[in-house]
Design a protein around this ligand. Structure first.
Ligand code: CAA
Length: 383
């Protein structure tokens, strides 16, 4: 419960997501994790529910809802399975959003309907083996040759990389210009010269794929350039500002799941002749977990509302991400502590939540990068 009143439409999408998550995702989440299996059926079902293109307008095949609805739904999905959640998050925030924001009318008509309807899946390809946090230093090149750009380079850490059909790709048309040479493209994965490289074996979010993508003489038509030449770095940053709200919502979902498991367990487990929930040591942990989660959720909601109201929200999205992801890690650690030895085993879901929480402090900008963004924005206010 919160002081913020949800609209009927927002309540509806949250409830639909909650039911789907509880009834269809939660029962299979542990198995998907242990098998490292991409949840293709769940992704299809999410598309049917309108979750793969939540803020894509209906005229382009999407649900035409706001960012607030998106974070409500995403939290619920991630509560059951963070892997399924990140697939949804990337398709919405990092793929549909930049096409919607920076694409031409023809590009929107061509790419948004299949992405929003789940007929195609998207991925976002910025990071490279030697350029993650320092995104302005990417080395992948795009050389114009008539009506094509020829792309060469290697990309890392691409969520959905193996399964995606459409790649939002960033490459430089002039390496000497550093970040100012970066240009965005929409690359169809079937284009000759796109090679799926190594698939990472990860600590968490095991049911989602994270792959390397290699571009070898890949010819991308000029009409597939996203935005103007050399406009890519700002587009990537603006896209990540939105994406970080999604990852923050994911972190809140993971934290909420770990908290609920711990609260339930504390009411069941007895020690020294009484339920462990009777001990102040446990009560204080539960109180701090609940408080931090509410704080994180409010930051996520604030960032989502600012985006919906078209205000500048870089600082708020970075604050939401750093606070929510560190909350998820902290809460999951305490959840395991409350479970004792049992929490350290795969018999209880808290160890999965703990493993899944960690990535939220890393991808779409590490916690350290979020602090840089926040500090830069604060210092602008005082310059
Ligand atoms: N919006 C618009 N413009 C922005 C911006 C923003 N949020 N942030 C920076 N810019 C602009 C600046 O105004 C500046 O413009 P000029 O060239 O006109 O001066 C330009 O971009 C360069 O800005 P900085 O000097 O601040 O750039 P920097 O090189 O110091 O980098 C950074 C800033 C914040 C560290 C940035 O590099 C960054 O966010 N790094 C992290 C990248 C990241 O999050 N990667 C995750 C990739 S996706 C992923 O994780 C995988 C997945 O599949 C989910």
């Amino acid at each position: 419960m919160s002081i913020i009143e949800l609209t009927d439409e927002q309540k509806m999408i949250r409830d639909v997501a909650r039911d789907f998550s509880e009834n269809e995702i939660k029962p299979v989440a542990a198995e998907l994790d242990s098998l490292g299996k991409f949840p293709a059926k769940l992704v299809k079902k999410m598309a049917e529910l309108g979750f793969m293109g939540i803020f894509v307008p209906e005229r382009y095949g999407g649900s035409g809802m706001d960012t607030f609805s998106y974070v409500l739904a995403l939290e619920e999905i991630c509560k059951a399975c963070a892997s399924t959640g990140v697939i949804m998050s990337v398709n919405n925030s990092l793929v549909c959003e930049p096409i919607l924001r920076f694409g031409t009318e023809d590009q929107k008509k061509k790419y948004l309907p299949p992405l929003a309807k789940g007929e195609k899946l998207g991925c976002f390809s910025l990071s490279e083996p030697a350029a993650g946090s320092d995104a302005g230093s990417i080395r992948t090149t795009a050389v114009r040759n008539g009506q094509y750009y020829v792309i060469n380079g290697t990309k890392n850490w691409v969520t959905n990389g193996s399964e995606a059909d459409i790649v939002i790709l960033f490459a430089s048309v002039d390496l000497s210009k550093k970040h100012r040479g970066i240009t965005g493209f929409m690359v169809e994965k079937e284009t000759p010269g796109v090679i799926v490289g190594r698939k990472e074996d990860k600590l968490g979010i095991k049911a989602s794929s994270t792959s390397q993508l290699i571009f070898e003489g890949c010819r991308v038509p000029v009409e597939n350039r996203l935005g103007g030449e050399e406009k890519g770095f700002k587009m990537a940053m603006q896209t990540l500002d939105g994406g970080r709200i999604g990852i923050a919502a994911q972190a809140v979902g993971i934290a909420q799941a770990a908290f609920e498991e711990a609260a339930r367990y504390s009411q069941d487990r007895e020690s020294f002749g009484k339920r462990i929930s009777k001990f102040q040591a446990i009560q204080f942990m539960l109180a701090d977990m609940a408080t931090r989660i509410e704080g994180a959720r409010l930051l996520v909601w604030q960032a989502a509302m600012m985006k919906d109201r078209r205000k500048k929200y870089s600082k708020q999205s970075a604050m939401a991400k750093v606070f929510a992801s560190e909350t998820a890690m902290w809460v999951a650690t305490k959840a395991i502590q409350i479970h004792g030895g049992y929490g350290y085993t795969t018999d209880y879901p808290v160890e999965r939540h703990f493993r899944d929480a960690k990535i939220t402090e890393i991808y779409e900008g590490t916690s350290e990068i979020q602090r840089i963004v926040i500090a830069n924005e604060i210092l602008k206010e005082f310059s």
